[in-house]
Design a protein around this ligand. Sequence first.
Ligand SMILES: C[S@@+](CC[C@H](N)C(=O)[O-])C[C@H]1O[C@@H](n2cnc3c(N)ncnc32)[C@H](O)[C@@H]1O
Length: 182
Amino acid sequence: MRDIWLEIGFGGGEHLVWQIANNPRVGVIGAEPYLNGVVSAMDALVTRELTERVRVYADDVLALLRVLPPECLSRAFMLFPDPWPKKRHRERRLFSAHLLDKLAPLLRPGAEFRFASDIDDYAEVAIEAARAHPAFDIARVFTTENRDTMPDWPVTRYEEKARKQGRGATFLVLQRAVEPKV
Ligand SMILES: C[S@@+](CC[C@H](N)C(=O)[O-])C[C@H]1O[C@@H](n2cnc3c(N)ncnc32)[C@H](O)[C@@H]1O
């Protein structure tokens, strides 16, 4: 296996299963504390005989990030993290400068970190945090209108749910900077 990818909060695992099925030389670690989601993902992986290249961490990703070795990941995903829309709950949002601090040393230089949200102010804060972070560049930002320009980025369950409720999404591709930004 050449590359290890990390999916944070994979929910029911649809995206993780698609990636593992379509990238035969990649291993994926999925971090997801919601046990029904873990069971759904495992069920799909077992049915399709795709378990070999997957490892599931059924808990808070921040604990996992503390033990992974430096530069072990060549891609990471965080798709539609819990929105915590109320102002007093914003601190609970998983995408933050703190998360970028913890993730950055684990990504190889040049590695992608893909993020998506259907909550406008979450996407804006994510873009700002990425811009300000010395270890990340922003490679791409696009919205639902340009969704088909990324054929290797399948629609997730939450993206579909948001669409049905009339909400588009913002998609962000961060790149682990090769040299620290000045
Ligand atoms: C809104 S759901 C999105 C699921 C999936 N990515 C999708 O787009 O359909 C957010 C997921 O993040 C998971 N999550 C929340 N906190 C987490 C944490 N600290 N570490 C890993 N996953 C977390 C939740 O359990 C939930 O399944």
